[in-house]
Design a protein around this ligand. Sequence first.
Ligand code: ADP
Length: 490
Amino acid sequence: MTRQFELKELIRSDNFIDGQWRAAADDARFAVTDPATGTVIAQVADSSPADARAATDAAARALPAWRDLLPKERATILHKWNALILANQHALGALISLEQGKPLAEGRGEVAYGASYVAWFADEATRIYGDIIPQQQRGKRMTAVKEPIGVVAAITPWNFPLAMIARKIAPALAAGCTVVAKPAEDTPLTASALVLLAHEAGVPAGVLNLITASRDHAVATVADWLEDSRVRKITFTGSTPVGKYLARESARTLKKLSLELGGNAPFIVFNDADLDAAVGGLLAAKFRNGGQTCVCPNRVYVQAGVYDKFADMLSRRVAELKVAPATDPDAQIGPMINIRALDKIARHVDDALAHGARVLAGGKRLPELGPHYYAPTVLADATHEMLLCGEETFGPVVPLFRFDDEAEAVEAANNTPFGLASYFYSQDVRRIDRVSRALQAGIVGINEGALASEAAPFGGVKESGYGREGSKYGLDDYLSIKYLCQGNLA
Ligand code: ADP
């Protein structure tokens, strides 16, 4: 039977190193709080470089045996892990909502989404093919085989506390790598619960190690991995400045990197769009997790012929969204993660208003609910001088920009250093072909706002990073190719 845990059994406050729960080497701790209320949920290990080193030691020791398992043996363990995650969907979903703030339905949805990567990569483990290279010389055989890259360090953000780490650990383990991981300081508890279930599923000691650290300790702790030549790969999801820092600092030991960084997603609505579909797609893409995802539309470009109608249809729907703590079953938007996030949203909206934007919905904090709540907002007459055009707002704010022709919209959409997700709505087949080729982004939603799937390659171009998560391409980031040349055969 697949074991079901109570929520309180899933809450762990220590590091998990070499198959054991251990306090930080110097016994330090930091508080994890519920963003809805500010209540302390747990005091978790605040790691230092000694803990990072112990995790790497364990992962390096465990590597040979894990790498040498048959792929289907690793797959069996990953499938058990997937089954355990799904069996504990409610408790894990509640834990996500508790530490991250997203509504319960979204928390549970994230569990299923994260588990889908575990199941996907369990299957992919058994499909790591190489090549027999057509013979070039008599008496010589050439083959290419794929091998696990080695110890992988995974560093993850707070917005999807389960899915982000699952979609790094699962391919790493499937490929035969061992892992050291550090979740975000705001949301370490879900990651610890996930690791507990991996252990329960039979992931051997040392194969998966997790350390937690406060923001103050994170830099020095992760620096130990950056310097350690046994760590062969960094997989990171987070902000572009931190991604660049990791790339720079890991250059001394020339690690392979996968970087899923910030976006500034454009969402274009052409005159020929199905407006009902466009409004529905925008609501789905924008307000998931209260606007705190890296694929959330940040700039909405609407063609002049439908601008007023679209603005009206959208703002009516946005005004109806229910803002409430995650525990309210009707909640559609929960609290933002922390006060810094709130302050950034308010700064963007205030700046937009100072530059001539008009509020069609929301536009204010909701102190009656708590300090971390912001009303879902629609702003008309957005322009490129506004802060919210150049930076990701990461909150429930939709700025509407007006445009006249296609070339202008594409140019504006691409006028950013970022290139993660993009979206457009049109019913003209030729335009669909032109615009999907012209958009500089790793992901393009065409008449669709919900893009996430474990079967699809997720990742960016430009300063949104490199590497792909999910899909048949996702394992490549954790493998290196070895060329075998055998001579003297004839
Ligand atoms: P966000 O703005 O979403 O918090 P960050 O890029 O700041 O994104 O953080 C993402 C992850 O990177 C978190 O786990 C955080 O602790 C970690 N992190 C942030 N700064 C550093 C750093 N200088 N070195 C190592 N890890 C870092």
